[in-house]
Design a protein around this ligand. Structure first.
Ligand SMILES: *[C@@H]1O[C@H](CO)[C@@H](O)[C@H](O)[C@H]1NC(C)=O
Ligand SMILES: [Ca+2]
Ligand SMILES: [Ca+2]
Length: 307
């Protein structure tokens, strides 16, 4: 007992004096830690409207960057530097301060209004941008821009049982895995990247037991409004373009993975455009769907073994 107490004590002391490098702060694999701000950042080089940028940051458990401190500006500057070709402005959140208007860029007015501009209906679209030179400017013309998400270390969620950097994963004891339907629809490639970002992967059924657990999970799974149809969920397998052999993201055939039951009449490769895997909401069976269409998807992470 004394030895045990001593052991724990020395561990604690060690931790206080010098945290080992393996203990370094971690969030989603696509976020990076900055010690000076004690926060995680992600530079989204894909261009988005203000509404979409805010939404995506939130879905990633973060917020659209509102640069406040010197360290925020210096971090943003560092992120900018990695993309010399990117352009000179990123979208940022409104800090409530007054800022000079950005110089008018005549090109902006030629761009068509995006569909989700209609959602931003509370007055004129006014937003702040951060320039490469570190200046905050106010803009009145609509334009899609890259953006930066930030989450404070204390707000960066880690689910220890499911070993993922996200909340709301449902643990299934019989399957030994955790599942989540993120609240937005994506293409197959984007969905797989999003699951990976959380530390998970697109779902793969590995046994009849897991199939049953997932069929049950699907009965209460959310329907995603932005999906082209709301009764499929993307899964972690796809077909080779030439052979149409389906393999999982871990390069197993479906029988090797442990479950290979298709819905009746599937895979039908409708319109020769269905090369990606999905499962039916009503019974969990497999279907082939269009890789480029936006569908809901299920991320899976094998649960941590309890010690
Ligand atoms: C996947 O597995 C197949 C069959 O075992 C093999 O021929 C192929 O090289 C593998 N692909 C990758 C990317 O490892
Ligand atoms: Ca699985
Ligand atoms: Ca199909």
């Amino acid at each position: 007992m004394e030895e045990y107490v001593l052991f724990v004590f020395s561990l604690l002391t060690l931790n206080v004096i010098a945290p080992p490098p393996s203990n370094k702060m971690q969030y989603r694999t696509d976020y990076e830690y900055d010690q000076k701000t004690n926060a995680f950042f992600k530079f989204h080089i894909d261009e988005a409207s203000l509404l979409r940028a805010k939404t995506i940051c939130q879905l990633e458990g973060a917020e659209l960057l509102v640069p406040k401190s010197k360290q925020d500006f210096s971090m943003a500057h560092g992120l900018f530097k990695r993309y010399p070709d990117l352009g000179d402005r990123v979208l940022i959140g409104n800090d409530g301060q007054k800022h000079e208007s950005a110089e008018e860029d005549p090109l902006m007015r030629l761009e068509p209004s995006p569909p989700d501009l209609r959602l931003e209906r509370f007055g004129p679209v006014v937003y702040d941008v951060l320039t490469r030179q570190g200046k905050v400017e106010r803009t009145y013309y609509y334009r899609q821009l890259p953006y930066i998400c930030k989450v404070e270390a204390r707000d960066a969620v880690y689910d220890g049982q499911c070993d993922v950097y996200a909340s709301d994963y449902k643990y299934s004891e019989s399957a030994g895995s955790c599942y989540k339907v993120p609240p937005f629809a994506l293409t197959w490639n984007e969905a797989e990247a999003e699951c990976r970002g959380q530390g998970a992967h697109l779902i793969i059924l590995n046994s009849a037991t897991e199939y049953e657990a997932v069929a049950k999970f699907l009965k209460t799974a959310p329907r995603i409004q932005t999906a082209v149809v709301d009764y499929y969920y993307l899964a972690g397998f796809r077909a080779d373009r030439l052979t149409r052999n389906f393999r999982t993201i871990f390069n197993q055939s479906l029988p090797e993975a442990g479950f290979a039951t298709w819905q009746e009449g599937e895979p039908n490769n409708y319109d020769d455009s269905e090369y990606c895997g999905a499962l039916f909401r009503n019974n969990g069976r497999y279907n082939d769907v269009d890789c480029a269409a936006n569908f809901a998807f299920i991320c899976e992470k094998e649960a941590q073994l309890k010690s």
